[in-house]
Design a protein around this ligand. Sequence first.
Ligand SMILES: Nc1nc2c(ncn2[C@@H]2O[C@H](COP(=O)(O)OP(=O)(O)OP(=O)(O)O)[C@@H](O)[C@H]2O)c(=O)[nH]1
Length: 539
Amino acid sequence: MLSTRRYLIQLLLLYSLILICLFLGYRLLLDYPQELSAAEAHQKRELESLSRGLQMGLRNLQAVTTDWAHWDDTLAFVKDPDNHQDYVEGNILSSTFETFELLGIVYFDRNFDLVMAQGYDLQVGEYVSIEQVVDFRLSTLFKEQIKPGEPWQSSGWLASRQGAAAFAIQYISDSAQEHPPAGYLLFIQSISQNQIANLEATTRLKLNFTPTSLADPVTHGVVSLMTPELVEGYKLERRRLLDDFTGTPIMLLSITHEPLTDMQPIGWSEVLILSSMILAPIVLALAVDRRLLKPLRHNTRLIETMVERQTLEPLSQRLHTRELEQIRQAFNRSVDLVERQQAVLRGQSMTDALTGLANRRAFDQQGAEMWNLAVRQQESFTLALMDLDHFKAFNDNLGHLAGDEALRKIGRSLTKSCRRANELVARIGGEEFVLIMMGLEEQTARQRMEALRTDISELGIAHPQSSVSMSLTCSLGTIHVPRPGINYRAVRIEDLLSMADKELYRAKDGGRNQVSFHVYQLPQAGPDAKSAKENLPED
Ligand SMILES: Nc1nc2c(ncn2[C@@H]2O[C@H](COP(=O)(O)OP(=O)(O)OP(=O)(O)O)[C@@H](O)[C@H]2O)c(=O)[nH]1
C-alpha cells in the first residue's frame, strides 16, 4: 500500500504538472499574445509618429520655401537675375542658411535651367559651391518629374555630400500667385542633430541615421520608414530606410524602442510566480510530513518494536493534531487497561484462590529472590514446610467443604503470624504450606516455628479422627541457614525446600504435630559451588 508520504509526493507532482500546464497555457496562449499585441500597437504608433515627425519637418521646409518662392522679389530675380543682384545680396546670407539649417538654395528657371545656386557648409559656416553640397545632376532628375512650367511643388529627401538631407521645391510666382511659374526654388536642409534630438523627444525612440545607398547590402530586406508597418513584429531594435524622391534608399535609420515591459513569453517574473506556486505546497507538504507524518511514523515504529519484543508501553511523544493526539491517547489508555488486566491476571496467577495466599508459582519466584537476597546480604534464612496432619481423614469425615474452610482459617492464621516484609507464606500443595522468614536468630526461628504449630492447633478446628489431637494440627519441617554467604550461591531454593521436606517427613515420622528443625551450614572456608552441592544433606 502507498505510504502517505509517497501519496503526498505523487499529489505534489500532479499538482505541479497541472499548475505548469495551466500557467504556461494561460501565459503563452492568452496573456502573452495580448501583451505582445499591445506592445506591437505601441511600437507601431511610435514608428508612425516618427514618420509624421519627419513629414512635419518637410512640411515646415516646404512652407519656408513656398514663402520665399512667392515673393515678388524672387519672381523678379528669376526673370532677370542680372539686374537683381541686390536680391542675392539681401537674401542669400549666411544667417539665412544657419537660421533654416540650409545646405543649399537653388533657383531654376521655368525650363529647369539653373539661375543661381549657393551651397553652405553649416559646420564651418562658409559658403561653398552647390557641387560641394549635392551632385547637381539631380536637376535632371527634377526635370524628369515635371513638365517644365507647371506650378509644381514637392518635398522629400536627397543624398547630400554630408548625408541625407531634406529638400523642398516650389514654383516661383508673384505673391498673389497669378503669374505662371517663372522658375523653381529649391531649399536643401540638413537633417541636424537638433532635429534628431527633437524627433527622439517626441517619439521616445533612440535614433541613429547612417548614410546608405541601394548598393549597400544592409538595405536588403529593410522596409521604408514611410510605410510604417510593423513588419518584424515586436522588436526592441529595428531598421528603416529613408528613400530619396526617386525611391532610392539614402539613409538607414537604426531605431531603438523604449522597452515597455520585459516582453519574453517566460521571463524572470513568470519563473518566480511559477516556482513560488510550486514551492509553497512543497513547503506545506514538508511541514505536514514533519509535524504530522514523522511523529506518526515514529509511533508506528515504536508499536512495531513493542510487538516484536512482546511488550506494551505508552507512547510519550505528543502529536500535533487533535485527531492524531486522540489516537495516541486512546492507544495509551488501551495500554493502561491491558497493563491493569495483566496486573490482575499476574496477581491471580500468583495467588492461591482458596486461601488468598501466594501460590506455588509465587513461591518459586519470590522464594528464589528472597534466598538470593539472603545470600547477598548474609542474612539468616529460615524455610519451613508445613503439612496438616491427617487431613485426608478430616476431609473424609467432615467433608471437603469443611476441609476448604479449615484451609482458609489456617491461611489467615499464617498470614497473621508472618506479616513482616521479609517473610512469605505460600500454599504450595493441597494441605501443604511453605513459610520463609529472614533475619531470625536460630533460637527465635525455633520459637517462631513452635508458635506457628501451636497457633494452628489453637485454632481449635475439631478433628475427631485425628490420632494426634482433638483439633486439627500440623507438622513442620524447618531448615535454618544462619548466615548464608557467597559460598551458598550454588544452593537453590528448591534444595532448601527438599531439605525442609525431609525434615517434615521426620516430623511426621516422629508422631506429627511437631517441628523438625535443622540448621544447614556450610564450612566457613569459602567452598566453591561444587562443595556447596556436596554438602547438601543426603536423602
Ligand atoms: N478440602 C480440601 N482438601 C484437600 C485440598 N487439597 C488437598 N486436599 C486433601 O488433602 C488430603 C491430603 O491427604 P494425604 O496427602 O493423604 O495426607 P494426610 O491425610 O494429611 O496424612 P498425613 O499428611 O500423613 O498426616 C487429601 O485427601 C486431599 O484430597 C483442598 O483444596 N481442599
